[in-house]
Design a protein around this ligand. Structure first.
Ligand code: 5GP
Ligand code: SF4
Ligand code: MG
Length: 454
């Protein structure tokens, strides 16, 4: 998911809309904004893309000089409108809204406990647990209630909260998911990624530190604190590999540069002779560029992506072969005739897309098709906020690289090594990353696998 917050700004809701627009790649299922005017919070949200959910009229109704926003893709909880965020509630402490990116590992357990003592849940999202814990808190201030609630949950959270007068941003002590702090004149701005600041002409100041909480009060004054017990840092390396937009800066790294280095490393680790390096767009483009530069094999845009594919489309009754992939990608036929090609993609999850792409390229006359993946084999699901499928659906959890190669019908298949992936980091330490989906080394055990992000 993607989150955003701004305070104070005369056009807070419009800024939130634009910020979410820039963060759209982090979630396409639902979008929402909560704004605050004279101590009253108003929420507007819906399913679909940011530009579909909000009309001019809807944004005009979101008055005030302070706002938070969210774009959702479901990790925990199903794709229902009730699960859209921000979630806004009223409790003994007054109104409070939250937008959450990440996944609370003990959410199911906490929820069962809360339900036993009478809590009623409106959504099946893990984030609602947080609000219940806040509502129950006997702390005097909402700020302390939020800290108390966060101390009871385990897992990944980058959150922005809004109370009747404060904007509060917080990043969990392990720092799984990103959260950036920027300024726009006198306003403080928070966003999952720096590309949101670029669109608003806001200045990127710094990343929130893992375990840091920043409070912006009514007058726009900013305070920072570290209210949680310190834990080993575990930022998500898959943000760098796939999830984040390449035109940003995160966890101390320039995302596009990192991806190009992954591609170069991939070429170094397993040299190959071929006529073209072809990216699987869009996510494989930066790595393919790095691969081409390092190997000296010419880069070519051999697969063209249709960028206007919505989430729903009419599937023809009479079957068109490989419709699902063809609607998104189409090969530049003449490039492939009689050529040996290297396809570069950022990750291989189920293997179904790669299999179809390899077939498509062979049908255009390619004589050799080599697949290169700029991530190590994805052997384990993510429980910290990335929507990887269950273990059984991850092809690398139960198949060797050669078995996967046979399945996708490639002449060769190579992944970057875990060491290679870590060697490409320029400014950050390899220990400060979570790599559990590649290693199975989960820093937080997951008590209720069934309820976690599968
Ligand atoms: P596969 O060959 O495993 O079916 O698909 C691989 C493709 O899925 C890659 O191009 C990769 O960019 C993409 N991918 C990896 N992780 C995710 C994810 O979490 N969500 C979506 N929508 N695509 C992903
Ligand atoms: Fe990121 Fe993988 Fe860790 Fe999930 S398991 S937080 S995707 S590195
Ligand atoms: Mg992709």
């Amino acid at each position: 998911c993607g989150i955003f917050g701004i305070k104070p700004h005369p056009e807070a809701a419009n800024m939130a809309y634009l910020g979410l627009y820039a963060l759209q790649h982090r979630g396409q299922e639902a979008a929402g904004v909560v704004s605050e005017s004279d101590g009253v919070l108003t929420c507007s949200k819906g399913q679909g893309l940011v530009s579909d959910v909000f009309t001019r009229e809807k944004l005009q109704r979101l008055r005030g000089d302070s706002a938070i926003g969210h774009v959702r893709y479901s990790t925990a909880g199903s794709n229902r409108i009730e699960n859209a965020q921000p979630i806004l509630i009223t409790c003994q402490h007054g109104q409070i809204a939250v937008a959450h990116n990440g996944n609370l590992v003990n959410a199911m357990e906490m929820r069962r406990k809360l339900e036993k003592i009478g809590s009623i849940f409106n959504t099946d999202s893990d984030s609602e647990v947080l609000l219940h814990l806040i509502a129950k808190s006997k702390q005097e201030t909402l700020e302390d209630a939020i800290i108390e609630a966060l101390n009871q949950v385990e897992g990944a959270y980058s959150c922005v909260f809004h109370t009747k007068d404060k904007l509060i941003a917080v990043r969990d002590p392990r720092g799984f998911r990103p959260l950036m702090l920027g300024t726009l004149g006198e306003s403080t701005v928070f966003a999952s990624e720096t590309c949101a600041f670029d669109l608003l002409d806001a200045q990127f100041q710094r990343e929130l530190e893992p375990g840091e909480m920043v409070v912006v009060n009514r007058r726009g004054m900013r305070r920072s604190m570290k209210p949680f017990e310190e834990k080993p840092i575990r930022q998500c390396i898959f943000e760098h590999i796939y999830f984040a937009r390449p035109d940003g800066f995160m966890f101390g790294e320039h995302t596009q540069r990192y991806r190009e280095q992954l591609g170069a490393k991939l070429a170094e680790e397993n040299p190959l002779e071929a006529d073209y390096v072809i990216p699987v767009p869009d996510s494989g483009v930066s790595a393919a560029l790095g691969y081409a530069r390092a190997s000296g094999i010419p880069f070519a845009f051999g697969l063209i992506r249709n960028h206007y594919v919505g989430r729903t489309f009419i599937e023809p009754k009479q079957s068109i072969r490989h419709f699902g992939v063809k609607i998104k990608l189409n090969p530049v036929r003449h490039l492939f005739e009689g050529k040996r090609v290297v396809l570069v993609d950022d990750s291989l999850v189920r293997g179904t897309t790669s299999r179809k792409i390899v077939k498509m390229v062979r049908n255009c006359g390619a004589t050799e098709v080599h697949m290169r993946i700029s991530a190590p084999p994805t052997t384990h699901p993510c429980y910290y906020g990335i929507d990887t499928p269950t273990r059984g659906e991850l092809i690398a959890s139960s198949h060797s690289i050669d078995e996967i190669r046979k399945y996708i019908e490639a002449d060769s298949l190579e992944y970057i090594s875990i060491q290679g992936m870590l060697d490409c980091l320029n400014n950050s330490s390899p220990e400060s990353y979570c790599k559990a989906c590649f290693t199975g080394d989960y820093v937080i055990p997951f008590p209720h696998q069934a309820g976690a992000s599968v």
